[in-house]
Design a protein around this ligand. Structure first.
Ligand code: C5P
Length: 232
């Protein structure tokens, strides 16, 4: 039996408009689920969409995976933190200085928020890294980038379910793991390092990102009811 904690599932609203996004969010109880707003919806609707969801009582993970020069990341994060989001992220491949600048922005913010770093996208496998000249295998790169995040006192990382155990062992149980690429039954599609919901729970990941499993479900409310039945 699968046991989920309340608000452990972050529902990815990967849509082009608020009207489309609410086809999913109106079925969700903010006491049971959090929302993830990514580049697609944010670039279509802008920050006002966050106000809408906050007013409805949702906590939001703003997933923009910032990757830029340190000064730009610092200033962008200052803006993002002012929106009052629960969590946001940077891409750890931006380098140590960029990671430190991001942490500084978090410390300079007067709002409570979590800052996490993306290690290696779950759509990538070893051969994809080689294609772009990265000769490290995924596991070593994920470890190296997680260490950088830990050393800069970030709150955790985005990684695949398969990497959670090692990250928790190396960096402690309170170093958060956010894991996308979770499938219930569907094909893994573009997610190369996918895992089942059962495995995600077994591996004790902190947060589970579910996107298309909900948004492309034949019956969205049935799928959400099923997930709710796992929450204890
Ligand atoms: O539809 P699916 O469940 O695959 O959605 C995954 C979501 O998680 C998408 O919004 C995607 O941008 C995000 N994500 C990811 N891999 C990462 C980080 C975030 O798939 N490493």
């Amino acid at each position: 039996m699968i046991h989920l904690k309340p608000k452990q599932v972050l529902v990815a609203l990967d849509f082009d408009s608020y009207e489309q996004a609410i086809t999913v969010s109106r079925n969700l109880d903010p006491n049971k689920f959090r929302l993830k707003v990514g580049k697609q919806l944010f670039s279509a609707e802008g920050p006002k969409i966050l106000d809408n969801f906050h007013k409805q009582g949702f906590e939001v993970f703003l997933d923009l995976k910032l990757h830029d020069i340190p000064n730009t990341v610092y200033k962008t994060l200052k803006n993002i933190f002012s929106f009052g989001v629960w969590m946001t992220n940077i891409h750890l491949l931006g380098g140590i200085e960029m990671i430190q600048a991001a942490k500084e922005a978090q410390l300079d913010s007067d709002k409570e928020n979590l800052l996490i770093g993306v290690t290696v996208l779950t759509s990538l496998k070893d051969s994809h890294l080689k294609e772009i000249g990265i000769m490290k295998d995924i596991n070593s790169l994920v470890s190296k980038l997680s260490l950088a995040a830990k050393q800069a006192s970030l709150d955790g990382v985005v990684c695949s379910v398969h990497e959670v155990k090692k990250i928790k062992k190396d960096f402690g149980l309170d170093f958060l793991t956010v894991t996308p690429g979770i499938r219930l039954k569907q094909e893994k599609g573009d997610q190369m390092r996918a895992a089942s919901l059962e495995t995600a729970v077994k591996e004790n990941t902190d947060y589970i990102v579910l996107g298309r499993e909900i948004s492309q479900a034949e019956d969205i409310s049935k799928m959400i009811n099923k997930l709710e039945s796992y929450i204890i």
